[in-house]
Design a binder for this molecule. Sequence first.
Ligand code: PLP
Length: 365
Amino acid sequence: MIPMVDLRTQYHSLKEEIDSAVLQTLEATQFILGPNVHKLEQEIALHLAVPHVISCASGTDALHLALAALKLGPGDEVITTPFTFIATAEAIAYVGATPVFVDIDPRTFNIDPARVAESVTEKTKAVIAVHLFGQPANVHELMEICCQHRLWLIEDCAQSFGATVGGKATGNFGVIGCFSFFPSKNLGGYGDGGAITALTEEHKQSLLALRNHGSYSRYYHDMIGYNSRLDEIQAAILRVKLKHIERFNKERRRVAYRYNEQLKGLQVQTPYEDGLGHHVYHQYTILTKDREKISAALQQHQIASAVYYPVPLHRQKAFGTRYASLSLPNAEAVSQECLSLPIYPEMTNSQVDEVAQAIRQALRH
Ligand SMILES: Cc1ncc(COP(=O)(O)O)c(C=O)c1O
């Protein structure tokens, strides 16, 4: 049995540290905005070398609060990718703004800056770039476009904790970066959680208030905010895991390179690294015309696989017929052929070889 992620093995490898952190939190009984939350924010800021980190309840909330802090709303357009988890676009809808989907680069699966540039209108206020599967989007071109048209660049870093461009961590390139600590993420908690990086003091202050009922001082509310605080127990667990994130990401890259080697010569397209940034392989996603055949064979061998994502966002029912006439051929084609294979830091080389062998066999028949 090879799962997509093996959270139990990871827990057992850190059990002493995690159990002790959780028990200390239970004893301290400071469950909301306690010391672990504040320390985690400082430690992440240091780790990513960003000026400000504001934790919150989820990656989805991070995106929502970011757009609220930038005061985006009805009538505003936000350009983003259709090939991502729906939360990226949900956040745009939450504030009443309009998602404008543009096509992706079919090799990296990330938003194509040329398509962004040609889609800017007078209503465009922001671009959300997703560093999909752990590979940084082309931030330099995106920053240039945003600068030229005076747009906010927001980074969706839910899948890219620790990924870098020119040695700088994702979360440093946009005015705001949004992270998720969903359990299966590169840095994952044991429940929901998220964080926002901010470049300016002004945005930091807005975000601090927005995540806590619009309040800077207890029972004084300067704006209508939200209940979106990171849980103290999650913060305690994440502080333990943060100490190991570089090793986790390094191990993910080992697994990815092993797959590349093992899948060489087969009729599958292995992940393309564009060389602009450092990929942290939240997912290892191949393209194949034999997706059904491969996933069925893997299942027979008790090996998990997953399709991230089978339906691009402009084709999701949630948006009704709004994008019915929009054609984004790269995103549509990739969603038909993508298949993500198991990848996690604790995966052994022989497990990788087993997955590759099952794929090799499937393609022979
Ligand atoms: C690209 C992307 N954006 C946003 C999210 C939302 O994060 P969360 O599940 O923590 O709300 C996720 C993951 O779930 C994601 O993969």
